[in-house]
Design a protein around this ligand. Structure first.
Ligand SMILES: NC(=O)c1ccc[n+]([C@@H]2O[C@H](COP(=O)([O-])OP(=O)(O)OC[C@H]3O[C@@H](n4cnc5c(N)ncnc54)[C@H](OP(=O)(O)O)[C@@H]3O)[C@@H](O)[C@H]2O)c1
Length: 253
């Protein structure tokens, strides 16, 4: 049996744990750090809680690190990591080199999941590719292994875009409700429109420009709206927001 520990039990750990349990793994396969939401989450989901972080690392084969990035190095320091162990960091903007000394001799990986992991719908970047982790994470959604750690921060920008998309969905739904559409219908319609757009791109081999070209027919409603967005600089602002997130992840901002 592979034991999986969560070092840092907050929002993300709860989403991952919910997704893994929903995928059929028994609660007894997991162990939670007692700090933060550990005790409350353990009681809610019937998952055992370790005595402390040392006990957690001693008893687990895979340890998922999900503290805030600034707490990560202190959290792993002085713990009894072993050579056959995997330490999996979900900490945004934290290069593996920052953990290597403290976590030696464990093997290190990075993942960047979304809270949609609780629904089995998180695209999750992974570096380096690691078979043990692929099978563990499979119930959380599609896994996207990266060839170079240098790309990890760029991939992590998508974790912020996930929030941008939710803000756009909320804005679109609120606008439709203000025009008189039933708010519950507006919320569902707006959210599922984004799901539909994403699925069409993700599940098709057709070049993205062609897919969009088929929608934005000359003189049609999509062309009209996209023109307004371009004129207002919305697309450039989107790129600027992504660049600002990347600079923050790289510590240059
Ligand atoms: N939230 C997301 O959607 C998301 C998505 C992708 C990646 N991430 C990454 O996941 C990490 C966690 O994010 P979050 O939103 O879940 O944060 P969070 O809700 O603040 O949870 C972090 C938890 O870590 C605990 N902690 C801090 N130091 C600890 C230590 N030494 N030992 C054990 N536990 C410790 C905190 O406990 P105390 O409250 O006692 O300090 C807190 O419960 C971040 O690095 C973030 O970049 C988050």
């Amino acid at each position: 049996m592979t034991m999986i520990g969560f070092l840092g039990v907050g929002h993300l750990a709860a989403a991952l744990l919910e997704g893994l349990l929903a995928g059929g793994r028994p609660g007894g396969d997991f162990l939670l750090s007692p700090r933060g939401q550990g005790a409350a989450l353990g009681a809610r989901l019937a998952v055992p809680v370790a005595a402390d972080n040392r006990d957690l690392v001693a008893r687990c084969d895979i340890v998922i690190l999900a503290t805030r990035p600034r707490d990560a190095a202190d959290a792993v320091a002085g713990l009894p990591f072993r050579e056959d162990q995997l330490l999996v960091s979900a900490c945004a903007g934290l290069p593996l080199d920052r953990l290597r000394g403290a976590a030696a001799p464990a093997r290190l990986c990075r993942i960047m999941p979304l809270t949609a992991a609780s629904l089995g719908a998180s695209p999750t970047a992974l570096f380096p590719d690691e078979p043990r982790l692929r099978s563990l994470l499979a119930p959380l959604g599609p896994i996207l292994p990266l060839a170079r750690e240098a790309d990890f921060e760029t991939a992590t920008v998508s974790a912020a875009v996930y929030g941008f998309a939710q803000a756009l969905i909320a804005r679109a739904a609120t606008w439709q409700a203000a025009q008189g559409l039933d708010p519950a219908t507006a919320r569902r319609l707006s959210a599922l429109t984004f799901v539909a757009a994403g699925r069409m791109v993700a599940e098709s081999e057709t070049p993205m420009e062609r897919l969009l070209g088929e929608l934005a027919t000359p003189g049609g409603i999509t062309e009209r709206g996209l023109g307004v967005l371009e004129e207002a600089g919305a697309m450039a602002a989107w790129e600027a927001a992504c660049a600002a997130v990347l600079a923050k992840l790289r510590g240059s901002d």
